[in-house]
Ligand binder design. Structure first.
Ligand SMILES: NC(=O)c1ccc[n+]([C@@H]2O[C@H](COP(=O)([O-])OP(=O)(O)OC[C@H]3O[C@@H](n4cnc5c(N)ncnc54)[C@H](OP(=O)(O)O)[C@@H]3O)[C@@H](O)[C@H]2O)c1
Length: 328
């Protein structure tokens, strides 16, 4: 099968389209013919081993744990292992393959059955592949770490990207009053997703406006942890989904200290994907409560360009890889 393979850490030039062995499903695995995959920050972070800690997961000197990136897939089940109960050949599925070591930028991927759910019939494979990691991150950040309640005020910083576009919609679903922070060209899109208020970060610094929020979900650091603390209401919660190494250490080391010293909570978002939440997202997609925003699609051979685009940090929603267009 064709796959995008990398054998060393570095920029997108380390990614190459190659012919590799088609995987064979183990007893508890499903072999999926991949029709679409989506790009996440996790892909370029593992590609570059950035932050350095990624090497303890992927391989110290070079990527040894896996050589094919891509954690979000949608496609058709081609074969199942003997212990698989939930799926059979021909089923249309989507899911997140983080636990089975990435591997989505390929024509076939073996996944555990609990990493997948059936694809909503009305959604395209591209739309389905855009959902799992970004939407589950937003869900965990708002509901589990953020403990969001109806009527609370929530600010999403980085509202126009992969995680942020789902976070705005999910926060509205949970009944919150939502403020989205994004750049000028994406203000209308943020409003169309349901944001009650939109702040253009090129015009206004929300951390200096004097307004305070019950929950702030920052998809990237962008500000210091002290700026975020200032913008939190007295019992507010700040959840940081990602950031550079310095921001991560700030959240990990200073976050617990600030939380202990006062009533405001500063939390780093760590979680693992699970099928129950994927099923909830599937229901929300089917009922039209949430929808993926797709910026653009690239063919499998252009994964390096797709990752370069996402890494630049200004995608509008998700970037999708179209894998096999024949015989769908
Ligand atoms: N903890 C987890 O489990 C987990 C899971 C998934 C992702 N993440 C992390 O979450 C982060 C975001 O992921 P993503 O997929 O949403 O990335 P993304 O699609 O690249 O989105 C980033 C967004 O940030 C916005 N942005 C850039 N500069 C900004 C600024 N100064 N102020 C406010 N917004 C700004 C951009 O919007 P404009 O174009 O409008 O500037 C862009 O839409 C990454 O760091 C990733 O590692 C964490």
């Amino acid at each position: 099968m064709k796959a995008i393979v990398y054998a060393e850490y570095g920029p997108p030039d380390v990614l190459h389209l190659k012919e590799v062995d088609k995987p064979v499903p183990k007893d508890d695995e499903v072999l999926v013919k991949v029709y679409a995959a989506s790009v996440n920050a996790a892909d370029w972070r593992m590609m570059r081993a950035d932050p350095f800690l990624a090497r303890f997961y992927g391989g110290l000197l070079k990527p040894t744990r896996f050589q094919i990136l891509g954690t979000d897939i949608a496609g058709r089940v081609e074969a199942v292992g003997r212990n698989v109960r939930q799926f059979q050949a021909g089923d249309e599925v989507f899911g997140n393959t983080f636990k089975s070591d990435f591997g989505g930028f390929a024509e076939y991927k073996c996944a555990r059955e609990n990493e997948l759910v059936s694809k909503p019939a009305k959604m395209s494979f591209e739309e389905a592949a855009a959902v799992p990691l970004a939407a589950m991150t937003a869900l965990h950040g708002l509901r589990d770490k953020g403990q969001l309640q109806p009527g609370q005020t929530v600010l999403i910083n980085g509202a126009s990207g992969g995680v942020g576009t789902f976070a705005v919609q999910l926060a509205k679903y949970f009944g919150a009053e939502v403020t989205a922070v994004c750049s000028t060209g994406k203000v209308d899109m943020a409003r169309s997703l349901g944001a009650d208020h939109v702040i253009d970060y090129t015009q206004e610094d929300f951390t200096r406006s004097g307004r305070q929020y019950d929950l702030i979900l920052a998809v990237n650091g962008f500000h210091s942890i002290f700026d975020y603390r200032r913008a939190l209401s007295p019992r507010g919660i700040y959840v940081m989904a990602g950031g550079n190494t310095a921001q991560l250490f700030q959240a990990l080391l200073l976050g617990p200290l600030i939380s202990m010293a006062g009533s405001k909570k500063m939390i780093d978002l760590t979680w693992t994907p699970n099928q129950k939440d994927l099923l909830l997202l599937k229901e929300l997609l089917e009922s039209g409560k949430i929808k993926p925003v797709i910026d653009r699609c690239y063919p499998l051979s252009e994964v390096p360009a797709a990752i370069r685009y996402v890494e630049a940090g200004h995608a509008q929603g998700k970037v999708v890889i179209t894998v096999g267009q024949d015989n769908r």
